[in-house]
Design a protein around this ligand. Structure first.
Ligand code: USQ
Length: 406
């Protein structure tokens, strides 16, 4: 297949592009390199040293003989460029990762809220709009988030996208209908993914676009089989308070002797998936497109759930790291339960990589190898969800007074 990977320079986009290229697809990356610009804005860098996208694709070609093409296009701002590219190349499938993906970054300031909404919603809408305009029947696979559901189970497992409900009509009859599981976003970033869902519903209904939405949990790990092939194919690995996600952050913190930064009581339960499984799920979704005219296909892309404090204790036991119990910068329930259905990927043959598989210590080794690149002052999470919360975040976990909280 000819596959366009929108956002193919990012944390999941890059290993996905490599994996799809290795299994024989013709892969084209479209990316505006915004993630690299945001590193510059925040004054941080990936723990792992990343080469330019051009150099990465050159190394891939040298290693495998396979080409991955790169196009510098901003989906949210360059509609005509995007449309022209799609019209010229007419891919069989489009994978859409091209969105600002960090909840703390989206809550940093009014400017970051605007950026996240404008960037994410425009990128998604431009893509859908162009597919219709070009009469291009490419399967669109979008990376969504478990966070569209919120994180509460009200005593029942979260279904894969749709919830069957019974509605009592005027005549007293009960009719059943599948509705999208009620959206309950916890950040501006997560809210944009809820808006994406509505755009997908409309375009699948109105224009019969074939769309798959993957509601993914928190990704952990860094390597896949392909990124291991050469030092310069290494994936990016974020540790800072805005882009680093919880499990990877704890592992890096353990490796550099930094106290594990648990927010509040650590009572949040979240869904997780290893990056190798994430890439496999995307391939499985590509192989199983919905029929034209059918509803948006939704998968829950996660393999297990864990409570944040249990992860911290597990990593503490494994490495001897101490735990710092910090004021929570986010507005979220102190404790939550989470049960999620993920039968669809399991039925398609996904064999999950679980936390206990030894990959945790591999990540600590990666973190130790590159620990000289860590700026400890960028480890604390200081983007607060409200001004009241910001006032409580005064010291970093090592007791230093923080200069700025937003
Ligand atoms: N947390 C800590 N300490 C930390 C960092 C996070 O206790 O140092 C806590 C947070 O308060 C939160 C939980 O860990 O309760 C998860 O935070 P996170 O930063 O790992 O994940 P989140 O902000 O939800 O976002 C990440 C990705 C996002 C993806 C989402 C999937 O950045 O792109 O959509 O995970 S999910 O969480 O299932 O919605």
């Amino acid at each position: 297949m000819k596959i366009a990977v929108m956002g193919g320079d990012g944390f999941i986009g890059w290993p996905t592009a490599l994996h799809l290229s290795e299994v024989g697809h013709d892969v084209h990356i479209l990316d505006n390199l915004s993630r690299r610009w945001i590193d510059t804005e925040l004054g941080v860098q990936s723990l792992t040293p990343m080469d330019s996208i051009q150099e990465r694709t050159r190394i891939w070609h040298a290693e495998t003989g396979r080409r991955i093409h790169f196009n510098l296009i901003d989906l949210g701002r360059d509609y005509e460029l995007l449309k022209n590219w799609l019209g010229e190349h007419r891919p069989d499938a489009v994978i859409h990762f091209a969105e600002q993906r960090a909840a703390p970054y989206s809550m940093k300031s009014d400017r970051h809220k605007n950026y996240t909404v404008n960037n994410n919603v425009s990128a998604t809408h431009n893509l859908l709009n162009a597919l219709v305009e070009l009469n291009l029947d490419a399967h669109l696979v979008h990376l969504g988030t478990m966070g569209v559901y919120g994180y509460s189970t009200v005593g029942a497992a979260i279904p894969e996208g749709y919830l069957p409900v019974g509605i009592t009509t005027e005549s007293g009859e009960t009719v059943s209908q599948d509705i999208l599981y009620p959206a309950n976003p916890g950040s501006i970033y997560h809210m944009t993914k809820c808006l994406d869902q509505l755009l997908f519903q409309f375009y699948a209904k109105n224009d019969a676009l074939r769309i798959t939405d993957l509601h993914q949990g928190i990704v952990w790990g860094t390597h896949t089989a392909q990124t291991r092939r050469h030092e310069q194919l290494v994936n990016r690995f974020d540790y800072d308070g805005d882009y680093g996600t919880v499990l990877n952050r704890f592992l890096i913190q353990a490796a550099i002797g930094y106290p594990l930064t648990v927010h509040g009581t650590g009572g949040q339960t979240r869904a997780f998936i290893h990056i190798q499984d994430s890439v496999r799920c995307i391939e499985l979704a590509l192989k199983n497109p919905p029929a034209r005219g059918s509803r948006v296909e939704i998968f829950n892309q996660m393999t297990e759930t864990h409570r944040v404090r249990d992860l911290a204790r597990m990593i503490g036991d494994m490495t001897g790291a101490e735990i710092a119990w910090l004021p929570n910068p986010r507005k979220e329930a102190p404790e939550n339960e989470l049960v999620v259905k993920n039968d669809k990927f399991l039925d398609l043959g996904l064999s999950p990589t679980k936390l206990k598989d030894g990959l945790l210590s591999e990540i600590v080794d990666v973190a130790k190898k590159y620990s000289y690149r860590v700026d400890r002052s960028r480890v604390p999470a200081v983007s607060a969800w409200t001004k009241d919360i910001a006032a409580k975040i005064v010291h970093d976990p090592e007791g230093r007074r923080l200069k700025s909280v937003s």
